[in-house]
Design a protein around this ligand. Structure first.
Ligand code: FAD
Length: 473
């Protein structure tokens, strides 16, 4: 799973107005096109989930996706050996976006091709949903590190994307050499995937030199020691150093298994034990090492190139990381930073530190934009497919559907801080007053969507588009 960020604690009690669902259920049944149009930014797990839910309730949905293909981190996060999971998730996303009320708009990055403020305030959407995930790497927290990008420092997101597309001749993104003995800074599940990419690729190369052709996926399934044994080889025969992950906490803190919120102390101990067991197994199977209690502290530079890091020994006190006076240095051909992903800024959305400045972290609402909600990784900070899907479904059911007046529960209410409640009432009133929305405005909006689709050569048919953009399907 991908490293993420923690959503801040919700602010203290704020004035909350309860927006009540207007009963438009009967009207919707007699009017198959109720008129509301919603824009969704990002068409992957979370975006496809909420698009489908809203479309099932008669809402017309426009899904703006920056890439040609809508698979997000399923395509560009999950390393490619997760073959079955990827195929399953690709199928789910495709099926959800194939709904006749969903208009897919590929190759359109909000903030670059269409301004966010314009989308929210000018296009005429009743609501805009952010489902844009976390596509930027959290910067390595050492002064001056950024100047070594491409000179010994690599970030996890482009590294994994390049690995997944390594055999795609049409891939136009950055490509990276994979080096034995790389230093990985991290500790989440994504950092284990990064270390595995290194050891599997280096093993694959070493075997190829001996005339043994195997894919990294085959190696991943069987594991390195068993594969080597099948060819009468050992890890030592290959002469590889492997890869070390430097982690500022303890091995038992690595989130390989999650601790339930209400876990007893015995349960917590059991989870920690299984984390250590899983980590030991992964270390053996993939020849990776973990150096715990090590926080990056300084850069080792030679001739303008990053050649390693200075680490500071840490200790854990009451669950918190404390640094000590002890430091040590490690050298390696490349440093890969895998310390979490954060949302890519979008012009028009205020940031608070490295995150969007949400006034409400439950529904991902932004104070200046009362019609905006957010779903999935962009607001949960959890690099997890199921978490993104469940969050999208919950925000749709508990907030967006009530806000739009299309909830199946006529008594549903949603607590929205002002000015959201007033906007929700206005939207619901418009819907209740009928005819559903202003027909001219709706036509103008649909025309604008079609114009953008035509600008990116989208044929108007999702299945035809997906077939035309190729790649693994
Ligand atoms: C290395 C790695 C390994 C992982 N392994 C696992 C695993 O084993 N199991 C698991 O459950 N999870 C795993 N995850 C995490 C999981 O893949 C993601 O958390 C989940 O898929 C996120 O879904 P999402 O829809 O919230 O966001 P994303 O998948 O990030 O979707 C966001 C979408 O928005 C689009 N977008 C972004 N910005 C814009 C914009 N400005 N305009 C238009 N479109 C935009 C993106 O192109 C993307 O399609 C892993 C992640 C990584 C990085």
């Amino acid at each position: 799973m991908g490293g993420g960020f923690s959503a801040p604690e919700p602010p203290g009690p704020a004035l909350i107005i309860v927006a009540k669902q207007t009963n438009c259920k009967n009207r919707r049944m007699t009017d198959p096109s109720p008129g509301h149009c919603v824009a969704i930014i990002g068409g992957a797990t979370a975006g496809a989930e909420i698009a489908h839910r809203l479309a099932n309730r008669g809402v017309t949905v426009a899904v703006f996706e920056q890439n040609s293909r809508p698979y997000g981190k399923i395509e560009d996060g999950l390393p490619r050996w997760h073959e079955k999971l990827r195929q399953k998730e690709y199928g789910t996303i495709r099926e959800k976006l194939s709904h006749p009320l969903v208009h897919f708009i590929p190759a359109t990055k909000i903030g670059r091709d269409v301004a966010f403020d314009e989308l929210v305030n000018d296009w005429g959407f009743a609501s805009v949903i952010l489902a844009n995930g976390a596509w930027q790497d959290r910067p390595l927290p050492i002064d001056g590190a950024g100047s070594y990008l491409g000179k010994g420092l690599v970030y996890q997101n482009p590294f994994v994307i390049a690995f997944n597309h390594a055999e795609d001749p049409d891939f136009s993104g950055e490509r990276f050499d994979v080096h034995d003995g790389s230093i990985v800074v991290g500790g989440g599940l994504a950092s284990i995937d990064v270390a595995k990419i290194i050891t599997l690729t280096c093993t694959q190369r070493a075997l190829a030199e001996r005339g043994i052709a195997l894919s990294t996926t085959e190696l991943e399934v069987k594991g390195i020691p068993k594969t080597l044994a099948a060819h009468d080889l050992s890890w030592e025969d290959l002469g590889l150093a492997g890869c070390t992950i430097y982690y500022r906490r303890r091995e038992e803190d690595m989130p390989l298994v999650s601790i339930p919120d209400d876990a007893s102390s015995e349960r917590i101990e059991k989870v920690k034990k299984s984390r250590r067991t899983l980590l030991n197994k992964a270390s053996e199977k993939f020849k990776l090492k973990v150096e715990p209690l090590a926080a990056p502290d300084g850069l080792l530079e030679e001739g303008g190139q990053l050649v390693g890091l200075r680490f500071r020994r840490t200790q854990i006190e009451n669950g918190r990381v404390k640094t000590t006076d002890e430091t040590f240095e490690r050298r390696g051909p490349v440093v890969i930073s895998s310390i979490g992903s954060i949302p890519d800024p979008i012009e028009g959305i205020e940031m608070k530190g490295e995150l969007f400045n949400f006034m409400d972290w439950t529904y991902g609402r932004l104070a200046p934009y009362p019609t905006v909600f957010s779903v999935g990784n962009v607001v949960t900070g959890k690099g997890n497919i199921v978490a993104s899907r469940k969050h999208a479904s919950a925000v749709s059911q508990d907030a967006v559907e009530v806000f739009l007046g299309v909830s199946d529960d006529p008594d549903a209410t949603v607590a929205l801080e002002p000015p959201g409640a007033e906007v929700a009432e206005r939207v619901a009133d418009e819907l209740a007053a009928g005819p559903a929305n202003d027909a001219e405005a709706r036509q103008a909006l649909l025309k604008r969507i079609a114009q953008r689709q035509s600008a990116v050569d989208y044929p108007g048919d999702f299945a035809a588009w997906i077939a035309s953009v190729g790649g693994p399907c």
